[in-house]
Design a protein around this ligand. Structure first.
Ligand SMILES: O=C(O)CCC(=O)C(=O)O
Ligand SMILES: [Fe+2]
Length: 370
């Protein structure tokens, strides 16, 4: 799978190179901090996965399928003088100072076979890559001159938002704006990294994700985000066109010869120690961690744990002293690392049923912290 994130913000460095921590500074990864902790005999757990709030996957659908969807849209707008019922499926959605765009529901808009193909592709991605069993109804929206989504957070909708672009020729588009904009993590921790010597501009505060044709962008919808206002074309065929919605219902997903019902029962029991271990950090971390677990068919053992997505955030205002007491001094509240290590240790201790004839199975396991 091709997964990439936007490039990290680089810190300005003056000739003497010593401007102190920049916006990306993480105290628990700072060698000086780690030295000090070691000197005090406080163990420092390594993070096993890096926080990833944005996942971008280009060429999401087979090209012909993406073109078929786009073709329906182009066909219906081809001649503005021809009146057919399908022209009237659009809602001009205007919430003053918040949302201005033209939207419809993909299920209503597309012929059934095309809609089913689209839904199946998104569901399959959600299950195998995010451990999400379902998706919200799929919106399709176009943006012409003046269309915008101002900053907002979609907290209740599901752990991951998606945007699948059907915008053609993004590089040569006849409008400005139209990128998804997402506040950068350090902005939400602004005072922790505050540096009176440095100014910041839009590029340092907001990640802008372009929407080239057939790109799937997945992001943590709890982050303040929006769509940069489109200026330029008024022609729907030349504007920004996206399918968007949310992956929902995080739940374990088994792929392979294991019987999911048997395996789920074993998993539920096997995860009990994890829930007990993590009780102490309840309320101190929030987000979703998605593990990919490889299970040996021969003996049911866990032969690998890797991470597919990670939106785990330490709640910055938690009472660190209380957290330390709860953790009995085992580790300074480097909670992301603690959660990841507990999860790996617990998972590798589980023995699943065997599947001697069929080979290995793969479990996509989301753990949600609220
Ligand atoms: O279209 C986008 O890039 C973002 C869409 C969005 O945030 C929403 O529909 O809530
Ligand atoms: Fe949104």
């Amino acid at each position: 799978m091709q997964v990439s994130t936007e490039p990290a913000v680089t810190t300005e460095v003056t000739p003497d190179g010593d401007l102190g921590p920049g916006p990306d500074w993480d105290p628990w990864s700072d060698p000086q901090v780690i030295e000090e902790l070691k000197a005090q005999d406080i163990p420092v757990l390594e993070e096993l996965s890096a926080a990833q709030h944005i996942i971008v996957r280009d060429g999401f659908l087979p090209d012909a399928d993406a073109r078929a969807l786009r073709g329906v849209f182009d066909g219906r707008f081809a001649d503005p003088r021809v009146i057919r019922p399908e022209r009237f499926l659009w809602d001009y959605w205007h919430v003053p100072d918040q949302y201005t765009l033209v939207r419809t529901q993909a299920q209503v808009y597309f012929p059934e076979d095309l809609y089913n193909m689209l839904e199946a592709a998104l569901l399959s991605y959600g299950e195998s890559q995010l451990g999400c069993r379902s998706i919200s109804p799929i919106w399709m929206s176009y943006y012409v001159d003046g269309c915008v989504q101002e900053l907002h957070c979609d907290n209740p909708h599901g752990p991951f938002a998606f945007v699948l672009s059907l915008t053609t020729d993004w590089e040569h588009r006849e409008f400005s704006g139209g990128e998804t904009m997402i506040l950068q993590p350090h902005v939400l921790n602004y005072w922790r990294n505050y540096d009176p010597r440095k100014g910041l501009e839009l590029q340092h505060l907001v990640t802008r994700v372009p929407a080239p044709f057939n790109r799937l962008t997945v992001f943590d919808p709890r982050f303040p985000h929006g769509v940069r206002q489109v200026h330029g074309t008024r022609d729907p065929r030349k504007g920004r066109l996206v399918l968007h919605g949310w992956f929902t219902e995080p739940a374990p997903f088994f792929d392979g010869p294991l019987d999911p019902a048997d395996a789920e029962a074993v998993l539920a029991e096997g995860l009990q120690p994890l829930y007990e271990a993590l009780d102490a950090v309840s309320g101190l971390v929030t987000g979703t961690l998605i593990a990919r677990v490889t299970i040996s068919g021969a003996d049911g053992s866990v032969s690998g744990v890797s991470w597919l997505a990670d939106t785990l955030v330490e709640v910055p205002n938690h009472d660190r002293a209380a957290a330390e007491a709860l953790l009995e001094g085992r580790v300074l509240p480097r909670l992301r690392a603690l959660v990841q290590n507990e999860m790996r240790d617990c998972l590798t201790a589980i023995t699943f049923p065997t599947a001697p004839a069929g080979g290995d199975s793969v479990l996509t396991l989301p753990i949600v912290f609220e």
